[in-house]
Design a protein around this ligand. Structure first.
Ligand code: ZN
Length: 244
């Protein structure tokens, strides 16, 4: 089983009637439904208001892939929990950061850049698959369209992605690196841009395929227990010569 924790700040859905109408079970609830088709995914959800934001050491230790959606409450995520998420990624946990999560503390800690971009309300988005051989691109057409999405545009202040899977074009003319992969320590990080809270993006079948594929891609290959730097007093050479 791949153990997935879906984390959502869960604020818009509880405070804005229009957004609640789009996501009556919360964005985390819809993401859980998107992943629910996979028999080998064990899905857990957590939200900002829970003790330690629902991301205790025990929860993260039992999470293979963490999905992160947040927008207006980045500053309310405690530094302690953000550091804990960062450390679990460095030790092997996968992290999928969605949409406005580009300004979240865990993402910025892992990237080391400002995460800033340009944006505009409501535009048509065409998501191009630019790396069709990548595991996250499997089952997708050469491009798909979202009739209305928030425009996210370049320059996007991120480190150069290890792999760029999607580029988006908007009807206003902008382009954006909308599907980016990085390795950080033992962990894999994927950023996917679509998913503004006012629009039904997480009901789109192709977006669902991307997120399911990303979970499989981001699952840990190997998890390390700690960050020790061992003092290797005996070298391989000395061990070899001792044997003779
Ligand atoms: Zn947005």
């Amino acid at each position: 089983m791949i153990r997935v924790t879906i984390w959502n700040e869960n604020w818009h859905e509880r405070h804005d009637e229009h957004i609640r109408a789009v996501y009556p079970d919360g964005i985390h609830g819809q993401l859980a439904a998107v992943l629910g088709s996979e028999a080998d995914f064990a899905i857990h959800t957590a939200t900002l208001d829970e003790p330690e934001h629902g991301l205790t050491e025990a929860v993260l230790a039992e999470t293979d892939v963490l999905i992160w959606w947040a927008h207006v409450k980045h500053a309310e995520v405690s530094d302690k929990v953000a550091r804990r998420v960062q450390e679990h990624v460095l030790r092997g946990m996968g992290l999928i950061v969605l949409h406005s999560g580009h300004m979240s503390k865990p993402f910025l800690r892992l990237m080391g850049t400002s995460g800033t971009l340009s944006w505009r309300d409501g535009d048509r988005e065409r998501v191009w698959t630019v790396l069709p051989t990548h595991p996250i691109a499997q089952g997708l057409p050469p491009y798909f369209e979202l009739e209305v999405e928030e425009m996210y545009g370049e320059p996007f202040d991120i480190p150069q992605p290890d792999e760029l899977v999607f580029i988006s074009w908007f009807s206003g003319g902008e382009v954006f690196r909308s599907g980016c992969c990085w390795q950080r320590g033992y962990g894999r990080v994927f950023y996917f841009a679509p998913g503004h809270e006012e629009f039904p993006t997480y009901y789109n079948e192709h977006v669902g395929t991307v997120i399911r594929n990303a979970v499989r891609w981001a699952q840990p290959v190997l998890r390390r227990g700690d960050f020790a730097c061992p003092n290797v007093t005996e070298s391989p050479e000395s061990r070899c010569s001792g044997r003779s």
